[in-house]
Ligand binder design. Sequence first.
Ligand code: ATP
Ligand code: MG
Length: 470
Amino acid sequence: MQCVAYYRGHSRFRIGEKRISAKLITKFRYYTITEPNRIPREQHPISRAKISPGALKVLYALKDAGYEAYMVGGGVRDLLAGIEPKDFDIATSAHPDEIKRLFRSCRLVGRRFMIAHIRSGDEVLEVTTFRGAITDNHERDETGRILSDNVYGTLEEDAFRRDFTINALYYDIRDFSIVDFAGGIDDLNRSSLRLIGDPELRYREDPVRMLRAIRIANKLGFTISPETAEPLPRLAALLREIPPARLFDEILKLFLSRDAVANFDGLRAYGLFGELFPGTEAAVSAAKRDLELVRIALANTAARIAREATVTPAFLYGALLWPPYADRVYELEVEQGHPEAAAQVQAAEEILAQQQRRIAIPKRFSLPMREIWTLQPRFEDRRPGRAKRLLTHPRFRAAYDFLLLRAEAGEPGCAELADWWTKAQTGVFAALPAGEAAPAPKGNEGGAAPKKRRRRGGRNRRNGSDAAGA
Ligand code: ATP
Ligand code: MG
């Protein structure tokens, strides 16, 4: 099986603030040269017992109504790779309005390309109509990104619209065979992640595929094939074209995951991390901070997910943005002499505003994140009255966990403080030496630690519903 993409032309494009040279794809199409490979039921390990009841119900209902229906994507890929799928995606010849007529619990979502969400018990099945082949009629921006995508097609056309070969395997509900148009089975056997078609073209169509490459390769323990990996550093800046709300979702998939640390390392290795978190990358490149705190936070997150404990984006973003935040507080407070509380507010606003240009962090996460930050200096005040008040603060637990993180990352003074607050919670609070204040961490390494102690205004009284999964 071979897939060919045609393109011609050459031009220079503007990507964000950078001008880069790129191929201009003015005309191309994919075509298949041979028939797809069909793997009959007896030659593959996917049994219906491994497919969720909801997915089976939807597949059968579509088939019985006379449509083509296949399980596709992560469901097939993960089952073949021997891991439990996160969800089951379905592709069908039925159009969205036809799907809606068949299922009472169906909701149509998406503007560019309509997707049907069908609820079945606790499950939500994502059902997509076969996408049509890419043509010159698809609206694109100047970087090659596809903007309009509302043409329906055949199973074969749909296969070549998918990103990686291993994501383009279709489980046919009629005879339980697997249909492979793009060589996905061979790549699965080789543990190789490979884009279908010309890699640069496919990343330009949708730069989020760069993030998916890292995530899916780590999830399966696969290697990204050399041709698929090569364009990543060159095209990293294309991530600036992606709407920040979409990136928020993708970041959660990367970091609220068992593979959080491997995903972080992968993003950094290919130069993608700096496009997502420019402030953090700059703080690290300026050699003011290392990324130990971020790495430990991600490792903790992964461990919590592994034992099915709760995790929250507020804590995660608090860690990811701590390096630039702590630097900025230091600049404002220590170097420029702003009052501590004002320095914290200004630093948080600046860092958040800068970050929101890339990734849209909803307020329900950014507010508790800021609170976790601003509670940090309050751990230094160990006078009994103040300490007792802090212990009952709704965000105490999340802020304390963050202090532990700073201690583990080796921030000066934090280990001793963390130890004191650990004991303070065990009920022997009164027995602890309380009168004297703890020594404040010195210098820039201490991060947002202030030297003065005074009551901060505007204590937040919101409840702790978003508290870091403590
Ligand atoms: P998981 O669900 O485990 O995160 P997945 O591959 O199933 O991985 P989904 O986002 O559920 O990811 O997408 C389902 C399928 O849709 C993919 O397997 C792929 O075939 C197709 N797909 C998703 N995103 C893209 C994309 N950006 N470009 C092309 N195809 C895509
Ligand atoms: Mg999926």
